[in-house]
Design a binder for this molecule. Structure first.
Ligand SMILES: Nc1ncnc2c1ncn2[C@@H]1O[C@H](COP(=O)(O)OP(=O)(O)O)[C@@H](O)[C@H]1O
Ligand SMILES: [Mg+2]
Length: 156
C-alpha cells in the first residue's frame, strides 16, 4: 500500500466542495489515514512547492495556497500516487478530462482545487510536513476485502 498527501486547496473549501472531493477519494477505494483543516503557513507552502521556486507563477501560487483554509487528507491505497493523480486529472482545469475531479469542477490553471503528491518519496515527505505522527491513524475497514482481493499475501 502506498500513501499520498491530498490537499483540498482554498478554492475547494470556499466553493464548498470538501464533501464531494472526500467522497470521490473514498468511493475509489482509498482509506483516509489523516484529515485536518488548517491554514497553510508560508513556510509550509514554500516547502510543498519548493520545486517551483523561481517560476513565474510561484509567488501567486504561495499567495493562493495561504489565502484561506485548506483540508489535508492523508490517503492509503494500492499505487496511491498514480491512481489519485488520475482521479484528480491534469493540472489545468481547462485541460482536465471530464470525469476527473478537476475536469468536472475546475476551469482555471491556478485554481484547480486539489494538490496531490507526485511520487512516493514526496508523499512521505509531504505527509510528515502536514501531519504529526499521532494524527495519522492505521486501521482497516470491514469492506477492505471487497475493495481489494485480500486473499492474496499482497493485496491485488
Ligand atoms: N502555468 C501556471 N499558471 C498558474 N498556476 C500554475 C501554473 N502551473 C502550475 N500552477 C499552479 O501550481 C500548482 C503546482 O503545479 P504542478 O506541480 O505542476 O501541478 P500539480 O498540482 O498537478 O502537481 C498547480 O496545481 C497550479 O495550482
Ligand atoms: Mg505538483
Amino acid at each position: 500500500m502506498e500513501h499520498a498527501l491530498i490537499i483540498i486547496k482554498p478554492d475547494g473549501v470556499q466553493r464548498k466542495l470538501i464533501g464531494k472531493i472526500i467522497s470521490r477519494l473514498e468511493e475509489k477505494g482509498f482509506l483516509i489515514m489523516g484529515l485536518k483543516m488548517t491554514f497553510i503557513s508560508e513556510k509550509l507552502a514554500s516547502n510543498l512547492y519548493a520545486v517551483h521556486k523561481g517560476k513565474d507563477f510561484y509567488n501567486q501560487l504561495i499567495k493562493y495556497m495561504t489565502s484561506s483554509p485548506v483540508v489535508g487528507i492523508g490517503i492509503k491505497g494500492i499505487n496511491a500516487v498514480n491512481v489519485a493523480r488520475k482521479l484528480i486529472g491534469s493540472t489545468f482545469g481547462q485541460d482536465a478530462e471530464p470525469g476527473t475531479i478537476r475536469g468536472d469542477y475546475a476551469i482555471s490553471k491556478r485554481f484547480n482545487l486539489i494538490h496531490c503528491s507526485d511520487s512516493q518519496e514526496t508523499a512521505d515527505k509531504e505527509i510528515s510536513l502536514f501531519f504529526k505522527n499521532e494524527e495519522l491513524l492505521d486501521y482497516d475497514t470491514a469492506d477492505l476485502r471487497w475493495i481489494y482481493d485480500t486473499s492474496m499475501a499482497k493485496y491485488v
